[in-house]
Design a protein around this ligand. Sequence first.
Ligand SMILES: C[S@@+](CC[C@H](N)C(=O)[O-])C[C@H]1O[C@@H](n2cnc3c(N)ncnc32)[C@H](O)[C@@H]1O
Length: 276
Amino acid sequence: MTSSNAEQIEYWNSKAGQTWVASQAGVDRMLEPLTALLLERADAQDGERVLDVGCGCGDTTLQIAQTGAAVWGIDISGPMLARAEERAKELGLDNVAFSQTDASTQALTPDHDLILSRFGVMFFADPTEAFRNLRSGLSPQGRLCFLCWQPPRANPWMSISGAAIMPFSTPPETPPDPRAPGPFAFADKDYVSQILGDAGFSEIDVRSVTADVHIADNLDDAVESQSRIGPMARALAELEGEKRDEAIAAAREALAAHVTDDGLDLGAACWLVYAR
Ligand SMILES: C[S@@+](CC[C@H](N)C(=O)[O-])C[C@H]1O[C@@H](n2cnc3c(N)ncnc32)[C@H](O)[C@@H]1O
């Protein structure tokens, strides 16, 4: 694969992809309440043709396949797709297919009833071109439905540990572009609507959905989980030795304040996006 998304292809095929595979069960459990809202809105039907963009380890692909729809999961990450294929085999599903390919350039036939994504569409170097390509895969009555994150301040499940660890990181020389490919690239709902409009979509609806997500059953597991995925994990990647230990201790203290008898549940806020 050569593409303008080369950096992301490298990222999701290296340690990040392996970490997501190792964390698959926990991530799927954590995202359960948000996934339910996505699947309800997408409303996949038996016999429909569905494309799952950035399907990762396949949770949404497999859930939709179990409704009887024929689902094609596409992703740039080899390790995550291998996990998705393994799970499809375990479930004995024969109405799913997976391909390792870049969704922004993959040639599509215009016969998909639904194009769906759970947090897999915020990583395109050129989002308008990517969504124009995705639109070419929709049937005339087809629908697009995806989840993307609202800003960090609306997502304590990422921002509490992220903020605690920030003082230990070296600040970037120039402020980062908030729309650069990454989990928060679509945090501005007007920007999302603009991209979809420019890509030729209509009936664009971007609505706020929120839920408490279950991070872990106890503080130790919560620190472990947040050290693997999310802003804390990304900040930790550049720290070593004593400084790393101090940063983890600071994040631990910040998270500890929110632990209850049920473990750690924190607020999450997304945009649930729908268009035709
Ligand atoms: C945050 S993960 C979400 C994975 C999965 N949808 C889930 O919810 O568990 C983002 C996914 O998007 C994939 N991705 C990023 N850029 C992509 C692209 N251009 N084409 C296809 N997949 C892409 C990544 O490899 C990764 O699996």
